[in-house]
Design a protein. Structure first.
Lengths: 360, 427, 293
């Protein structure tokens, strides 16, 4: 299957088909479907940021919602002040990134869970802070802004225009992110994730790369905030809530951490699950959501992105006899220590598997 | 690998699968107009172009409230009471409309966990599914997020279960939106008037929630006592997520004020305020907001009898109270709730009674609806005056004709008398 | 001055709530190396069991003991059948599993009892005692005493009993412990079971004040996590002391620093935590971890 996908002709056809679907979809879909597709794109960007710092670099961040909210507020303010849209978007990227940078500079020296606690502080403090400055944020009432209305020359409806802009920005950000994680920096992230001592010995400063990862994550979070308010047209302190951060982490793991495709699947999960749960029984959404989350993780500990691999494992496991070397079982993409292998990968292997691993 | 198909066939197969996916995605045919995106089942009336969600025999309503999480008690009640009224009336033959038809009214409800983004998504889903109107939703930020959308889509967003004045204040700009309940401002104002009318110097301590609920309360109080000898000597705020308000109460007790306005909307926290203040030896007269004043769940556990006076405002009769056991409306409510609403809400909060009354108000509006359109509905809904909806206390009636007021703007100031509430005496 | 002492005393009481839950988190972390986001939910469900029994007329103490037994079985069962699969793998996945449990168990509690907060009887009498102008409620005093007792018992367990030693061995190095003949599986289950009991204790102590509801401990959980990490994730004493610290600092900052006020007072414990952790990364009472490369 991998060999099949690696063939250039197949890749080109796949890319074309996907592009066609993405471009054509909103023309014939209802505004509601376009809204949901746009929201998926928004959270895909936020999740990509989270994945970069958490999935690829192994640093727990419980504060991604704070950057999402900050970006949304900056965008809302910029629109109200009638700044040029491009400037507003840049600010939505730069200011959260600066905040993330400052936080990371202070906290990146801390051991994993301590860093996690500092990131928890971001949404916890962010919510009352947002209420404190009603002139900027609209206070607890929140603020509504409407922009990105379809220009007349396009002949499109508002929701279609928004979809195109949001998806276009998301695609660009995804390409940037993909290049980041596939390049030299991405490999450094992976080494920092697996073993900081090894990284140091290779001349890679874990501190610096953690700070970089966190800053990038905040940048993506802020950009996602801009897209969020473009689509939802409303933001309030609830956007910053801690619960959103937790749901983002869950979605990241469910989709498949350290995987670009996993990020998209995670975003789909994030948006679709509450709707599906509501269709089953609107009064029991917590029960259903929790059950689905547990079920997915039980069946696919590597996330939804590992589904093809899992099917291959299950079907070929029946046919395989003993004698296959551990190298054959290395996952083709996705997390290294897979929850299903109790024997795990011994610490010595991680350096080579980190180098071998091709993050999608 | 082990597959038997040749590489070209795999390519064709993959493209075919992806093409099928593409077709499915684009298969949702786009509605001709982008406004009320009905799925085609809505407008079948042969008369004037009917709005989506109404046929000759049915009308569908939608609601998104918190059905899970900390506000799920009131949220479930916002659905349960309404559903009870609607289903009971449907079982009795349906609603009579001003255009001569009798219709069954259905309610679709969704959970938004008090998250505005989810509420927006739910609203769009309901509109996409073809509801006629969006009614009775509970929550301030959630409804605030929907307000611009509903007004743009020209979908009624009415009789909302929130006391925020923002929804009813500016009906010129938001003609499709208004609230059901008296505003928090009105509550604070009513309390303040009682104090101002006493005509003597009174010191007041204020404990309020750190958002518009709290701010509106305080604004109402302040406006009523302006220029009188009633003064606010200390104030504190809290977050609904606080585990206890003991430190705020301690701070306010230091002021030794005569009166405490405890605008606390979270039941356990309110009980904590009542127990803490008396444990510190501070026994002011206390004002409680209407939704945290129920004797059984707040005043008694908090030891309210220790205070010289516990005031609140009240809107509806308490169905479980023996005082109203013989009341016809209460009996009807209890039967309807038992049959329909108890599936949705397991514990009573005042919102169950409020949403039941809301159902009756909708029924009144339907009676005045001469065309099966949203415009006609809004006109009828905004022309109700002097309507004594079931469960409303005597003296309070529905008046939707006011341009900047919610549907119910009257409040009765009541005082705890050891068992329940009775109209309040002067200060 | 009396006002300040009053605030400090209240901080102790609130901090005890955080500390009790933090103890549970520390215990789980010490025995299986995981952070259990479902700690609060499990405690709440156990407390609901007590609530249900009390509704049926069972005396309070008996109902509480039944709840503790239920909690132990719940914790052990969850470890064995749900979490065990994920313990050796990606820690992020394990944490998300506990998040799923958090939501699911709260959903079960809501299914059975609804979301609306209900009253729960208190073990302690409702009066307050007046010590030199400071009013201390019996309930606060009782909570603090129970917490201290539990903390001491846990320390004794870990330091001086075979079981405690075995549990520490399993936490440090499961393979060696297994090879030495320790019943690793059973010990892991016991660890989670005990932690769940701690969560249930926190639940029944807190329920009279907070009113029992499925989301009762949600916010306290965040503080408890902070306290656990601040105290050093492997120290029961540290967790409790950190809990008290957070409760007191929050109150004092909220009352005395005007800029902070009531709404931002939650920021203060986190800022302190950041400073302390920068200076002392292993937490106030944690052991310094050296890793051999």
């Amino acid at each position: 299957m991998k060999a099949f996908l690696a063939r250039p002709i197949v890749r080109i056809i796949l890319a074309v088909v996907i592009a066609v679907v993405i471009i054509v979809a909103p023309i014939t879909s209802s505004p509601y479907v376009n809204y949901q597709l746009s929201i998926i794109a928004v959270f895909a960007v936020a999740l990509l940021g989270l994945n970069i710092v958490m999935g690829y670099t192994g640093q727990v961040s419980l504060g991604q919602s704070a950057f999402l909210g900050l970006g949304a507020y900056i965008a809302a303010y910029g629109v109200r002040m009638e700044w040029p849209i491009v400037l507003t978007f840049l600010l939505c990227c730069v200011i959260p990134a600066a905040v993330g940078l400052l936080v990371a500079l202070a906290a990146a020296r801390l051991r994993g869970l301590a860093l996690a606690m500092v990131t928890i502080a971001l949404p916890i403090i962010g919510v009352p802070l947002a209420k404190r400055f009603p002139d900027f944020t609209g206070g607890s009432q929140g603020t509504s802004v409407s922009f990105l209305e379809a220009p007349d020359w396009s002949g499109l409806a508002d929701d279609q225009w928004r979809y195109y802009i949001v998806v276009a920005i998301a695609v660009v950000l995804f390409l940037l992110g993909r290049n980041l994680v596939r390049g030299r920096i991405g490999r450094a992230f992976a080494i920092v994730k697996s073993n900081e001592a090894v990284a140091l010995s290779m001349g890679i400063s874990p501190y610096r790369y953690k700070v970089l990862a966190f800053t990038v994550a905040s940048l993506f979070g802020g950009a996602a905030g801009f897209l969020y308010i473009a689509v939802v047209q409303y933001t309030s302190p609830e956007t910053l809530s801690f619960a959103t951060s937790i749901n983002l982490i869950a979605a990241m793991v469910i989709g498949g951490s350290a995987s670009i495709l996993g990020t998209i699947l995670g975003a789909i999960y994030f948006v679709v699950l509450p709707i599906a749960a509501g269709q089953i029984d609107a009064s029991r959404t917590a029960l259903i959501s929790g059950a689905v989350l547990l079920a997915v993780l039980f069946l696919l500990p590597g996330g939804l992105v590992s589904l093809p691999r899992r099917i291959v494992q299950l079907t070929s496991g029946a046919k395989r006899r003993g004698g296959s070397t551990p190298a054959n079982q290395t996952p083709t993409g996705g997390t290294a220590p897979d929850g299903t292998a109790p024997d795990g990968t011994a610490p010595g292997n991680t350096a080579e598997s980190a180098a071998q691993k091709q993050p999608k | 690998m082990k597959n038997s198909l040749g590489p070209n066939k795999r390519v064709v197969g993959t493209v075919a699968v992806l093409g099928a996916v593409a077709l499915m995605v684009t298969g949702c045919t786009r509605a001709a107009t982008d406004g009320g995106a009905g799925t085609g089942s809505g407008s079948t009336s042969t008369a004037a172009a009917a709005s989506p969600g109404i046929t000759d025999t049915t009308l569908s309503l939608g609601i998104s409230s918190p059905l899970s999480g900390p506000t799920a008690g009131p949220g479930s009640c916002s659905v349960a009471g309404l559903d009870s009224y609607l289903e009971a009336q449907n079982a009795a033959g349906g609603f009579e409309f001003g255009d001569g038809k009798t219709r069954e009214v259905t309610l679709t409800y969704l959970d938004d966990t008090y998250d505005p983004a989810k509420a927006v998504s739910n609203y769009k889903q309901l509109v996409n599914d073809g509801i006629f109107a969006y009614v009775g939703a509970l929550g301030t930020p959630t409804n605030a997020a929907i307000m611009p959308l509903a007004n743009k889509d020209e979908v009624p967003q009415v009789l909302l279960i929130t006391g925020a004045s923002a929804f009813s204040k500016d009906q010129a700009s938001n003609p499709w939106t208004f609230g059901l309940l008296p505003t928090y401002y009105t509550e604070g104002n009513t309390f303040g008037k009682l104090l101002a009318d006493a005509g003597k110097p009174i010191t007041v301590a204020v404990l309020s929630q750190n958002d518009d609920f709290g701010k509106d309360y305080v604004a109402g109080l302040n406006d009523a006592i302006k220029g009188t000898d009633v003064k606010v000597v200390d104030s504190a705020t809290y977050e609904p997520t606080d585990t206890t308000l003991d430190s705020q109460v301690t701070q306010l007790a230091n002021s030794k004020a005569d009166v405490l306005l405890s605008a606390v909307s979270v039941t356990p926290l309110q009980v904590g305020v009542l127990t803490k203040a008396q444990s510190l030896g501070w026994l002011p007269r206390i004002f409680l907001p209407s939704n945290t004043s129920t004797p059984g769940t707040v005043v008694e556990p908090g030891g309210g009898a220790a205070y010289p006076a516990v005031y609140s405002t009240s809107l509806t009769k308490v169905p479980a109270s023996p005082t109203f056991a013989e009341d016809e409306d209460v009996k009807a409510y209890n039967a309807a709730f038992e049959a329909y609403g108890s599936k949705i809400a397991s514990v009573f909060t005042p919102h169950c009674a409020w949403s039941y009354a809301e159902g009756a108000i909708l029924g009144e509006a339907f009676k005045g609806m001469e065309e099966p359109t949203r415009d006609s509905f809004m006109t009828a809904l905004k022309s109700i005056k002097g309507f004594d909806a079931p469960l409303l206390l005597d003296g309070i009636s529905v008046d939707t004709t006011q341009d900047d007021q919610p549907a119910i703007s009257g409040l009765t100031l009541v005082q705890y008398n050891g068992k329940g509430y009775a109209p309040a005496a002067a200060y | 001055m009396a006002y300040t002492i009053q605030l400090i005393v209240e901080g102790f009481a609130t901090g005890s709530i955080y500390g009790a839950l933090a103890l549970a988190i520390v215990l789980v972390n010490r025995s299986t190396g995981l952070i259990n986001f479902a700690q609060g939910s499990m405690g709440v469900l156990s407390t609901f069991v007590a609530f249900g029994l009390i509704q049926l007329g069972v005396p309070l103490l008996v109902a509480m003991l039944a709840a503790f037994v239920f909690a132990f079985l719940l914790g052990a069962g969850v470890e064995r059948f749900v979490v065990r699969r994920f313990e050796r793998g990606d820690p992020d996945t394990a944490v998300v599993v506990t998040i799923g449990l958090f939501v699911f168990i709260a959903g079960i509690a809501a299914l059975l009892f609804g979301y609306e907060p209900r009253q729960f009887p208190s073990l302690f009498p409702p009066q307050s005692i007046n010590i030199a102008g400071v009013f201390v409620s019996m309930r606060s005093v009782g909570t603090i005493i129970v917490l201290i007792a539990v903390m001491i018992l846990l320390q004794l367990l870990f330091r001086f009993t075979k079981l405690g030693l075995a549990m520490r061995a399993v936490a440090d190095n499961p393979q060696s412990a297994g090879l030495s003949g320790l019943p690793v599986s059973r010990l892991l289950m016991i660890g989670w079971g005990l932690a769940a009991v701690l969560g249930a204790i926190a639940g029944v102590l807190v329920a009279p004040q907070l009113f029992i509801s499925p989301t009762m401990l949600d916010f306290a959980l965040v503080y408890a996590l902070a306290a656990a990490i601040l105290g050093g994730l492997d120290s029961p004493v540290g967790a409790v002391v950190a809990g008290w610290f957070i409760g007191i600092v929050e109150n004092l900052a909220g009352a005395y620093v005007d800029v902070i006020g009531d709404d931002l007072k939650i920021a203060v414990p986190f800022i302190f935590m950041l400073i302390i952790l920068i200076v002392r990364p292993q937490g106030l009472f944690g052991r310094k971890v050296t890793v051999r490369i």
